[in-house]
Design a protein around this ligand. Structure first.
Ligand code: OAD
Length: 248
């Protein structure tokens, strides 16, 4: 527990807390990460499945893959890590989750203040005119949904390789990372930019930086505290210690 003492001291003093998450926070919910040895990118080709070029070449294949992922996500439940972060938000004055995940498990666990850097896998919109597509997606159907406004193909509202992040979102995330007192980097390989700049922004602006990841990343040597454990195991302990402190 001594490992966490310094973190609790910083959390107690913090006016602003930023929590940057990646696929690892959802691993204990049974959702595969991307770059672990058995991750999605070891089995599937990102250029085929997560780029506009791949979509235009074979939209059926891309829909099939997203529907496969949608089915897994719909069956999954938020894990102890997501739940602890929602609890942390309730116990901390100004707490923002900045996630790269598209699965919406943070929101299902009760997190309110969240920025989705890479969009989400629930919403859809037209590739041609960008009109949101609000009809329910039948994940069993092999028929491609088409835009009601212009007849264009509908795509999932996730960010693909080579695309910009949703308007203004990175600027907001950068502001939050640059103005926080404690910054968590949880379950991310920190390899995908611009998101991966955020831990360095926080560090350079003087935040106390904590990494939670069983495997070291390029940010590990720069973090003040690297907790090499699963997020679903260590986050509940951290939140409990913080609550104990407040109840003293
Ligand atoms: P990665 O798959 O690159 O990294 C997942 C990280 O989670 C790894 O560093 C693991 O060690 C760690 N991890 C695994 N299990 C964990 C656990 N139980 N607790 C804590 N950490 C654990 O996923 P991201 O960094 O999220 O982009 O990938 C970034 C982006 O690359 C994704 O948003 C996606 C992908 O291409 C888009 O879809 C645009």
């Amino acid at each position: 527990m001594a490992l966490y003492d310094i973190l609790i001291e910083h959390l107690v003093e913090a006016r602003n807390v930023a929590i940057f998450t990646g696929a690892g926070i959802s691993a204990e919910s049974g959702i595969a990460t991307f770059r672990d040895p058995d991750g999605l990118w070891s089995k599937f080709n990102p250029t085929e499945l997560a780029s506009m070029k791949g979509f235009l070449r074979n939209p059926e294949r891309v829909w099939q893959w997203y529907n496969y992922r949608r089915a897994i996500i719909a069956d999954a439940q938020p894990n102890a890590g997501h739940i602890a972060l929602a609890e942390l938000e309730r116990n901390t004055p100004n707490c923002t989750v900045i996630t790269q995940n598209v699965d919406r498990l943070h929101q299902r666990a009760g997190t309110k203040n969240i920025l989705e850097l890479h969009g989400n896998i629930i919403d859809n919109h037209c590739v041609k005119c960008s009109t949101p597509y609000t009809h329910e997606i039948n994940i069993q159907s092999k028929e491609l949904p088409l835009c009601n406004a212009c007849g264009g193909n509908i795509r999932p509202s996730v960010v693909w390789f080579g695309e910009n992040l949703p308007d203004g979102i990175f600027e907001k995330a950068e502001y939050i990372a640059g103005h926080c007192d404690v910054f968590f980097s949880i379950g991310t390989s920190a390899e995908v930019y611009p998101a991966a700049y955020l831990p360095f922004t926080a560090k350079n602006r003087g935040a106390f930086c904590v990494e939670i990841n069983p495997t070291p990343t390029s940010f590990t040597p720069y973090s003040h505290l690297a907790i090499q454990e699963k997020s679903g195991e260590c986050l509940p302990c951290i939140v409990e210690l913080l609550q104990q402190y407040h109840s003293l």
